[in-house]
Structure formats: C-alpha cells, structure tokens
Write a protein that binds this ligand. Structure first.
Ligand code: SAM
Length: 293
C-alpha cells in the first residue's frame, strides 16, 4: 500500500485543481453535468479540512475493492474501502470529498437534469412528482431534485448511518426516510411507502456491486404508480448480454417489453476509478408502463 496522492487527489489546494479537476479534463471522459457538485455551505469547511489519499495510479482495483486512506484527527492514516459507506457517512464531508472532489462525480445533478428535460418534454411539473430515492445515502439526490422543484422525496437506504448523515448534513429534504432492506420489506414499511403515493423512482450510483440487488429494485419499482418516472444509473457492463447479475435481464427485458418506456438514455462518465480511468455508466429516464418480468 502507498499513501501517495496520485496527482488529482485531495492534496491539491482549493481553487487550484489538478489535471482531472478541471472541467475540460473531466469532459474528455464523457458527457457531464455543469461541473463538480458544491454542496451545502456547512459541509464546505469539513470537506476542505479532510485529507484523503489514493493508491498509486498504476494499481488497478475492481470497483468492489477500491479504497483510499483518510487522515484521522490524531494524524494517523486509516484505510477505508469505498463500499464501507457506514464509515464514510460517519464523517461529515468525507463522502463528498472522496467521490466529488477527488474522483469527479457529478451524477445526481446529471441525472436530475435528464429528468428535468424529460419532464419539460412531457409538459409535467416537477413539483407534482413524488420520488422514492432508493439508496439515498446522505441526501445528495434529494438536494438536486429540490433544485428543479421536486417537493416530496422519500429516502430508502439499508444503512442507518446514511439516514443519520442525511439528517445531519441536509436536514428537511426528505418527507420520510426508511432504513430498510427491500429484499425483505415488512408489511408496515410497505404500507408506509404506499401512503406516499410515489410517482417516481430514482436509483443513482447504487445498483449492483454488492449494493442494491435486482429484487430490491423490483420491490421499489412496484411501489411506484403506473405512468410514473424511473431514473436510474447502472454500469454499462450490467446491461451487457453476458451479464449474470440479473440486471440486464430485468432492465433490458423491461425495455424490450415496453414496461420501461425509455425517454432518455445516455452513456456518461460516472466518476474516475482510483487509477484515473473513467467509470462509464448508463443514465436512463423511463416511464413505468407495466410490471417488470
Ligand atoms: C454510492 S451511494 C449513492 C448514494 C446516493 N444515491 C447518491 O447518489 O449520492 C450507494 C448507497 O446505496 C446504499 N445501499 C447499498 N445497498 C443497498 C440496499 N440493498 N438497499 C438500499 N440501499 C443500499 C448504500 O448504503 C449507499 O448509501
């Protein structure tokens, strides 16, 4: 293990961004939104005080195994796996630091812009849309949705630390936030979701890789009204013919059968991997026209 900052990491002072921190460099890797996420002012100081370092860029990790080191208050460096979200959410600003400041993610804003385009084409008002934000994390998606006028978001995440972080860092954004496992949804939580009369499902940066499995996606989908919106991002490999995760069958079959009526579909660079290669995802905005097989 090395603790080298690989030239585009957190050691770059604010206002002096490295080669992949510039908008031009980020755009070389694919279509992005308007730029890096900035976030609430209260988090800005926490983010800039954090020190994060990546493995040397010559090392390559599966997306499941990516990690970084983070400096602790006593000066020691601690290794954190990217998928250890509970540890990341416990530290205000750390999620934003790693994924937005260092690795250039802009996915929630990108997807919300796609949804806003689709709503405009359909002549629908965002303020009428009631969103189930699955894998809601610390609330960045709800924050972006609010910028286009969505007034009712319901978060669902499997981690209590995610809800705690959302309430701590972005209070008041969710009408409700359930900590639950949708592969084993109880009757009480199912009723609670139904009572929100949901008309959209958003699943951003949360499908696959040991995160949200196909069955959980389907349960969430089943709680959204017919004609409602589905906003999702997924690694392109999960939609390939040789995919074994179950997503390709569920989503591609849904598109083929017309259950998922796609109105926007774009490949985009979700973020960088720790070796600075682009992680390419598909962003899909569709209307729910029927159940998934
Ligand atoms: C990369 S974060 C994305 C958070 C948020 N959607 C965003 O874009 O800022 C993935 C989130 O999915 C959640 N997650 C992972 N597996 C899950 C599951 N089975 N059910 C619900 N949430 C899950 C994680 O706890 C984490 O908050």
């Amino acid at each position: 293990m090395t603790s080298t900052v690989n030239g585009f990491g957190a050691a770059i002072p604010q206002g002096h961004e490295g080669h992949l921190g510039t908008e031009t460099a980020r755009r070389e890797h694919g279509r992005l939104g308007r730029g890096a996420y900035r976030g609430p002012r209260t988090l800005a100081a926490a983010r800039s005080a954090l020190r994060v370092a990546l493995p040397e860029p010559s090392s390559r990790y599966d997306q499941n195994d990516e990690w970084c080191v983070v400096q602790q208050p006593d000066g020691a460096w601690d290794e954190i796996r990217f998928h250890d979200y509970h540890r990341i959410f416990d530290v205000p600003g750390l999620y934003e630091k790693i994924f937005y400041d260092v690795l250039g993610c802009d996915t929630p804003r990108f997807m919300v812009n796609l949804l806003a385009d689709a709503l405009a084409d359909a002549g629908e008002d965002a303020s009428a849309v009631r969103v189930l934000d699955l894998g809601a994390g610390n609330g960045i998606m709800a924050e972006e949705l609010a910028t286009i006028g969505v007034a009712h978001s319901v978060g669902v995440d499997i981690l209590p630390e995610a809800r705690t972080a959302a309430e701590r860092d972005r209070p008041g954004l969710y009408a409700d936030y359930l900590v639950t496992d949708l592969t084993a949804l109880g009757a009480g939580d199912s009723r609670r979701l139904t009572e929100h009369r949901l008309t959209a499902l958003a699943v951003v940066a949360a499908l696959g890789f040991g995160d949200i499995p196909p069955e959980a996606f389907r349960t969430a989908y089943d709680h959204v009204a017919e004609g409602g919106w589905v906003v999702l991002t997924i690694k392109d490999a999960f939609l390939a013919e040789d995919d074994t995760s179950g997503f390709a069958r569920m989503i591609s079959d849904g598109m083929a059968s017309g259950a998922l009526d796609v109105v926007r579909r774009e490949k985009f660079r979700h973020r960088l991997a720790t070796d600075a290669s682009p992680l390419v995802y598909e962003g899909i905005v569709a209307r729910k026209r029927g159940p998934l097989a």
